[in-house]
Design a protein around this ligand. Structure first.
Ligand code: BF8
Length: 637
């Protein structure tokens, strides 16, 4: 099969990969090929470079060294490496949450005038969770207090994270009993790094249990703060129509791609792209207008709130530049390939960094400041407009592929969509699950990875799930993959969903696959699961629910943190590629078997997305049977 067909399931991406081959441009897939063979020790997680007595590596065949210089065995080394991954992922999400809380604090104190309070109902709800009195207080005063409380959760040393109280009581009690209730967001991350230091924790079970605690500080802490405080400031999403794939780039417009994660600046860029002064300038440059589109999780943020078109997911960041039509790619943090600037230098595209945490040597840096957010955004869009005249029209090659989708689903929206405006409740969802029309719920999330055919595993897995009446909630690049495949329209239910799910979707005009946002918005899935438990009839804990999670094309440390907090919250979770733990039989067995008896959920590793989907469905059926529910409308997978 031609390489380009093998590398991506998405036609637009195939076209651009073919173009790159023709132009001898190197992409992530080529760099992966050049990297072969990849380090087998690294793949198994059995190398340690934590101290200068190493690097050490364990012989997987049992013939050479079986312990490092310090005496750490394979279980210790594998568990420590896993904990380090979890800590890095949790740190990335949580630092995002911290920045959002900081922005809300500036808003409350009157220092960030470009933002305001967009959802004061949610502000009050969150204030209540933080036990802040709301009566008689103005929004800004409340915002100030909520922000301060949120910020204090990062450095908190004792007690419990407040948002963990949103979990079912039985789950919170289990965390307490196991000693894994997160105390403070930063505390658990720092303690992770302490434990992996030379000569600290070497009991693999103890190391992993702290990994669970650290990840819970992400899911029920940093990520949840990011999601909820963004909703308060920037608005809570509502179902909204939009379009996705590289075809959203326009030949006759100034194209700006915003890429990264934190929506504070991109929110302003969206606004600046319709600034009359800049539109006028664009016309003077010969463009019909300014076309701002998103990439990766920033795309998901502005899609959810404004319906801004999405150009693509992780493996499409290079492909967008290859279209020759992008004037500026504005980036903030996370998932920005260092390869971008080399590629951009072959075109007129200017990559602009905006966060003090992410710079490229020699690349233009326009630093984001919350206090003058709109001004910064406007200056970046202005550069894009001025760059339009440098575009070489002969090199423009924009794929035609474009797909409709509906996004903007949240844990709160489920209530009104299914329950109606005047009876906002999870009852209809629970009833649909109890009756078997909806067999169960799956969260399918995570990245792209050139080791797996781009988008393919997401699409195959999700199609298999909805065919079997499992409703799917999606975030991140996984959501973008399935949106491109046309699974996020109400019409998709007729074509792809099983009879039960189709009936539910048709009744309320719902897609069978719901886009719930960016990676930090996985917190919305936790809240939805907690709401289903609270509504009643489906057990007392998240681990009782007919539900499962998956990350079929994962690659980042954040995905490991997400998978871990799903599991620690009681959700059976399947990873598409093997996390680097297989070098230790004990660690693998602990994660994939023993933990089920401890936290009511476990990991599984399965590359084949159909087999993985069937594992999830079997798990869902097992939970249905335990709840003594009628079999679903489809009895067998
Ligand atoms: O933030 S952008 S590649 S890490 S899924 Fe994965 Fe995509 Fe990155 Fe999650 Ni979102």
């Amino acid at each position: 099969m031609a390489k380009y067909l093998d590398r991506s399931a998405d036609k637009a991406s195939q076209q651009m990969i073919k173009q790159a081959e023709k132009d001898s441009v190197q992409l992530a897939w080529d760099r992966l090929e050049a990297m072969q063979p990849q380090c087998g020790f690294g793949e198994l997680g059995i190398c340690c470079k934590n101290c200068k007595m190493g690097p050490c590596r364990i012989d997987p065949f049992g013939e050479g060294a079986q312990v490092g210089v310090c005496g750490a065995n394979v279980d210790t080394i594998v568990a420590r490496n896993l904990l380090q991954h979890i800590a890095v992922g949790a740190a990335a999400h949580s630092d995002h949450g911290r920045d959002v809380a900081h922005t809300l604090s500036l808003v409350g104190n009157g220092h960030a005038h470009d933002y305001g309070i967009s959802d004061s109902i949610k502000l009050k709800e969150i204030a209540k969770i933080y036990e802040i009195k709301t009566e008689g207080k103005k929004d800004l005063e409340l915002a100030r207090e909520v922000a301060e409380k949120a910020l204090s959760e990062f450095g908190q040393q004792h007690g419990e994270l407040k948002f963990a109280s949103r979990a079912p009581e039985k789950r919170a009690e289990l965390w307490r009993k196991l000693g894994i209730m997160p105390r403070g967001i930063d505390r658990e991350i720092v303690e992770s790094l302490h434990r992996v230091h030379m000569g600290v924790d070497n009991d693999y079970k103890n190391i992993i249990m702290h990994g669970l605690r650290c990840s819970l500080g992400d899911g029920w802490g940093g990520s949840m703060i990011a999601t909820d405080l963004q909703d308060i400031m920037l608005g809570s999403p509502k179902p909204i129509r939009s379009k996705v794939n590289l075809g959203v780039l326009k030949e006759d417009h100034v194209n700006v791609v915003v890429h990264g994660h934190e929506p504070t600046l991109s929110e302003m860029a969206v606004k600046a792209s319709s600034d009359p002064e800049l539109l006028e300038l664009a016309k003077k440059q010969g463009a019909k207008g300014i076309n701002l589109v998103g990439m990766c999780c920033t795309a998901n943020e502005i899609l959810m709130r404004h319906g801004v078109h999405t150009a693509g997911n992780f493996l499409q960041q290079e492909l967008a530049i290859l279209t020759g039509s992008v004037e500026v790619m504005m980036v903030d943090v996370q998932c920005i390939m260092p390869a971008l600037t080399n590629l951009a230098s072959c075109f007129h595209t200017e990559v602009i960094t905006t966060s003090p945490k992410l710079k490229f040597p020699g690349v233009r840096h326009i630093e984001f400041k919350e206090e003058r957010a709109y001004e910064v955004a406007k200056s970046i869009i202005r550069r894009a407009v001025e760059n339009y005249k440098k575009r070489d029209k002969n090199r423009v090659n924009i794929p035609k592929e474009i797909m409709d989708l509906v996004a903007g689903f949240t844990a709160e929206q489920v209530k009104t969509i299914l329950g109606g405006r005047f009876r906002s409740t999870y009852r209809p969802l629970n009833d649909a699950i109890i009756s078997g029309r909806i067999r169960g719920i799956a969260g399918v999330v995570g990245c792209n990875n050139p080791k797996i055919k781009h988008d393919w595993a997401h699409i195959e897995m999700v199609k298999e799930l909805i065919k079997n009446d499992v409703i799917v909630l999606q975030t991140g690049c996984s959501a973008i993959a399935c949106a491109k495949a046309g699974l996020m329209t109400p019409e998709a239910a007729m074509e792809y969903a099983g009879p039960g799910l189709r009936e539910v979707c048709e009744t309320v005009g719902l897609p069978p696959v719901l886009h719930v946002g960016s990676c930090v918005d996985n917190a919305r899935i936790l809240i939805a699961a907690a709401e289903v438990v609270k509504e009643g009839g489906l057990g007392e804990d998240i681990s009782d629910l007919p539900a499962a999670g998956a990350a079929p094309e994962w690659m980042s440390q954040k995905a490991i943190s997400i998978g871990t907090y799903f599991m620690a919250s009681g959700v059976f979770t399947v990873f598409g590629g093997d996390p680097p733990v297989l070098g230790s039989k004990n660690v693998t067995d602990y994660l994939c078997n023993e933990l089920e008896g401890i936290v009511g959920a476990k990991f599984a590793f399965e590359e084949d997305p159909i087999k993985a989907a069937r594992m999830m469905i079997e798990h869902i059926d097992k939970k249905r049977a335990a709840l003594k529910l009628t079999p679903s409308m489809r009895a067998k997978v």
